[in-house]
Design a protein around this ligand. Structure first.
Ligand code: BJW
Ligand code: ZN
Length: 248
């Protein structure tokens, strides 16, 4: 396989710009072996769609089923490693005066790759919190079913954002601010279907930023992108960052 083509105009633009924002989705972790949401789910869980498991209603109906799905995913994530896409983003962060990494992922792989400041829009599966909202947050444990909240007795749940729930206000406002103030916005490995995260690239573009998509497939964003880099993030990003480092 040859080197992916990085358009010369993109390289030139990046050598002049200082404020960069990147939004990542499940595709960035795909090459680590973490299944994406909208591709068929693997094995045991192939019968369920994320809309059937990642909702407060699903947890109310069958807390044990949802808990088991998260236990499976947490074990999977613990067994894998950051891939070249994560590592390239950690290197990219050092090249710009202002670099905001916004992720929809809950797997900590960006942090494990070395990105110290990550804006997590959808929470993190390593933590659990009270399903009644009394504020308790603690590390995930190995219980077979959701343990009771030590403060109010309601079942504890993964500290992630399900459909119909508000995103953490602080993370969302930091992400919106980064989108509105960046000069170039990268959308990497996301189908750009889930809001309000999917709104961020559009709001960056409205504010005048260049928009770059990195994805092997067409998405809802493709038609609005200034540059479309078609392919796996783990192949494209290392090459892009290598070029940037050479030009630095
Ligand atoms: C590769 C690759 C490789 C493969 N390299 N790429 C406005 C309009 C319409 C609907 C709404 C709206 N505002 C709100 C809504 C409702 C809803 C929503 O967006 N629904 C849509 C489905 C239509 N949003 C919400 O409910 C949000 N809350 C909210 O808005 O609160 C306010 C409100 C409340 C009530 C009513 C109204 C407003 C919350 C959304 C929470 C999403 N939660 C999940 C689960 C998180 C926890 C967990 O992980 O379990 O987040 S769902 C799931 O989707 C997860 C992901 O972060 C998210 C996005 O998925 P992502 O990352 O894009 O993955 P995929 O699988 O879709 O795509 C992978 C991509 O990678 C593909 O494109 C591949 O091609 C690519 N790829 N290999 C690069 N190697
Ligand atoms: Zn509680």
């Amino acid at each position: 396989m040859g080197r992916p083509d990085i358009p010369a105009e993109l390289g030139q633009a990046l050598s002049k710009l200082r404020r960069v924002a990147v939004l990542t989705g499940a595709g960035v972790s795909a090459e680590s072996g973490v299944p994406t949401f909208r591709d068929a789910q693997t094995g045991l869980w192939s019968r369920y769609s994320p809309e059937q498991l990642a909702t407060p209603e699903a947890f109310e109906r069958d807390p044990r089923l949802v808990w088991e799905w998260y236990t499976w995913r947490r074990q999977l994530v613990a067994a894998v490693h950051p891939n070249p896409a994560h590592l390239a983003l950690a290197r990219m962060a050092r090249l710009f005066a202002r670099f905001s990494l916004i992720t929809q992922n809950v797997d900590s792989l960006h942090q494990r790759a070395g990105n110290t400041e990550v804006i997590e829009l959808h929470g993190n599966i390593s933590r659990i919190t009270c399903s009644r909202g009394c504020g308790i947050v603690t590390a995930f444990d190995e219980s077979a079913a959701p343990p009771p909240c030590p403060s109010c007795g309601a079942p504890l749940r993964p500290d992630v954002v399900w459909f119909g729930e508000m995103l953490p206000a602080d993370a969302l406002s930091r992400a919106q601010e980064a989108a509105k103030s960046c000069e170039i916005f990268f959308s990497v490995g996301t189908s750009a279907q889930v809001y309000p995260a999917a709104e961020l690239p559009f709001s960056a573009r409205r504010a005048g930023a260049l928009l770059v998509e990195v994805n092997p497939e067409e998405t809802a964003l493709t038609a609005s992108a200034d540059f479309v880099l078609r392919g796996a993030a783990g192949r494209i990003l290392p090459h892009l960052v290598h070029q940037l480092e050479a030009a630095h």
